[in-house]
Write a new protein. Structure first.
Length: 273
């Protein structure tokens, strides 16, 4: 039995390696073949960025499908219609696994993203993040202003308040950047709660550290949060950002506690009389 499990896990690790290889090749093809055509045919920088973002969206749709076909993940989507609204909004999400950004962008034909500055030094991804106009997560008012300007221009922005993948089994520290961007732009915040059972591609893990079964990833889009209640007269920007950040963290702590019954063990317990 142990030998069979070891063989099955090795086979799953091999399929994960194949998926990552396809991802890298796809990124290189976008940069070397597709993006030059977009630059040639597009007009302004904003038009080019949005067309590149659409290409990234379609590529990530394919990659999510490919990982599903390989038996690596299963994806459940709840409330996706809230992401497809035409109004500009700030989309925030927790970050339990490396692939959640892929699954989210696969649902968003247009999305500006705040990403790690280190991706500009990644041989596979630096061309993608630059061509798509993604924003490096440098600290400071410049980041907040740039993000707010894009929202005011009618675009959608994706941001992870933790700034990096969540520590295994819990939320990381919520930074106030997301709240400051939302308050400066006045746009709604649309939270997405993500669960991954069993954990895979988590913070600190290697790509070949695979679970014994496909990871069930759930994307649950919550009701938009309007900024009116935080922009009351007499409330300082710092206090408003602190309140919004705390409310977001409470929302995630509450929803993740409610999402735990989706695990197989909890489903069994819930079905018992």
């Amino acid at each position: 039995m142990r030998q069979k499990l070891a063989i099955a896990k090795s086979w799953r690790a091999l399929r994960t390696g194949i998926a990552f290889s396809v991802f890298g090749v796809g990124a290189l093809m976008l940069v070397t073949l597709a993006f030059p055509v977009v630059r040639l045919l597009s007009g302004t920088g904003e038009v080019r960025q949005q067309r590149v973002q659409w290409l990234v969206h379609r590529t990530f749709q394919f990659f999510a499908w490919f990982m599903t076909v390989l038996g690596l993940i299963r994806v459940a989507r709840v409330g996706m219609e809230r992401l497809r609204q035409s109004a500009p909004c700030l989309i925030v999400a927790n970050h339990p696994t490396l692939i959640d950004v892929v699954l989210l962008i696969a649902e968003l034909p247009q999305a500006d993203c705040v990403v790690k500055k280190g991706l500009w030094h990644n041989r596979f991804l630096r061309g993608v993040v630059a061509a798509a106009g993604y924003i490096p997560n440098d600290d400071g008012a410049a980041l907040v202003g740039d993000c707010a300007q894009r929202l005011r221009a009618g675009r959608r922005l994706l941001l992870f308040p933790e700034g990096t993948r969540s520590p295994r089994g819990r939320l990381g520290h919520f930074r106030r950047g997301a709240a400051r961007i939302a308050l400066e732009s006045g746009c709604d915040v649309v939270p997405v709660v993500i669960t991954c059972d069993p954990p895979t591609l988590a913070k600190g893990g290697k790509w070949y550290h695979v679970p014994d079964r496909p990871a069930h990833v759930t994307l649950e889009v919550q009701e938009p949060i309007t900024m009116r209640r935080y922009l009351e007269p007499g409330t300082s920007p710092a206090l408003a950002a602190r309140r919004l950040t705390e409310d977001l963290r409470i929302l995630y702590e509450t929803k993740l506690g409610q999402c735990r019954p989706q695990t197989s063990a909890a489903l069994t317990a819930a079905a018992s009389p």
